[in-house]
Design a protein around this ligand. Structure first.
Ligand SMILES: [Zn+2]
Length: 256
């Protein structure tokens, strides 16, 4: 065991005590992060493999953060190069980059791009290093990424790259996993936390529907993410909600 590991274990112990206190205070259900964040501006980083993943998975939560004055950066691992039928990678990237920027503007968030290629994402020592650099530069208080058990390889790689960067940052930030296309993509996901998105649902939908190249129509949306929002709402005792798995150990009480 090296010094880094010993230091990490000490950190874990201190944070574990804090987490237990917070869990007791919140009852482990809807977070009261909005109250706890009063007067303090957080940096939030939401990573997704493709344009439209962060918006559909946790666009409502992003709206809640930005409405409360927090700074949210949406990091796209790729520009969706393989995601427009009949278009070259170059043209698809141009179209989907513009859609991602428009969606982020609707969410009042910043768009960042990590430079990997849709359908050909890599998980190598160099790619771990690139992700760590991005996360260090952002220095977030809260990080979101894909749940790692997912049928899409790019989603799994995005999750692993972020998890590794979070570990390298001594688990300083709160880390949450979100779900996308539940049943079809995200698998074996059992939430620990929910965010009520009733007040921002129209804003979230607007951001999702801006991904016109993906054919996200009202009807199609209602068949997957729309049903997820309603079901999570039932669990959280509101109309619409988004659900997350909280990575332990890490700071608690950081959801809006
Ligand atoms: Zn995706």
């Amino acid at each position: 065991m090296d010094n880094h590991s010993v230091k990490g274990r000490r950190l874990w112990s201190r944070r574990q005590a804090v987490n237990l206190t917070l869990l007791g205070a919140t009852g482990g259900s809807l977070s009261r992060g909005a109250q706890e964040s009063a007067g303090r501006k957080w940096k939030v980083l939401v990573a997704g493999a493709h344009p439209d993943d962060p918006e559909t998975g946790c666009g409502g939560t992003i709206c809640r953060y930005t409405a409360a004055g927090h700074d949210v950066a949406v990091l796209y691992l790729t520009r969706g190069e393989a995601g427009v039928r009949g278009a070259s990678h170059k043209d698809a990237a141009r179209i989907r980059t513009e859609e991602a920027k428009q969606a982020c503007a609707a969410l009042k968030a910043r768009a960042l791009f990590a430079g990997q290629i849709d359908g050909a994402t890599e998980i190598t020592a160099r790619r771990y290093g690139e992700m760590l650099e991005i996360v260090r530069a952002e220095d977030p208080d809260v990080i979101f990424t894909h749940w790692p058990v997912d049928t899409h390889r790019d989603h799994r790689i995005c999750s692993n790259l972020i998890f590794d960067a979070w570990l390298s940052g001594s688990r300083r930030a709160a880390l949450y996993y979100y779900e996308v296309a539940r049943g079809f993509q995200t698998q074996t996901f059992s939430p620990t936390d929910w965010v009520n998105i009733d007040a921002v649902i129209e804003q979230k939908w607007k951001a999702c529907f801006l991904h016109k190249s993906q054919g996200i129509t009202r009807e199609r949306y209602d068949q997957d993410h729309g049903r997820m929002e309603l079901f999570r709402g039932l669990e959280a005792r509101c109309r619409y909600a988004e659900a997350f798995v909280r990575q332990m150990p890490g700071p608690g009480g950081m959801l809006p």
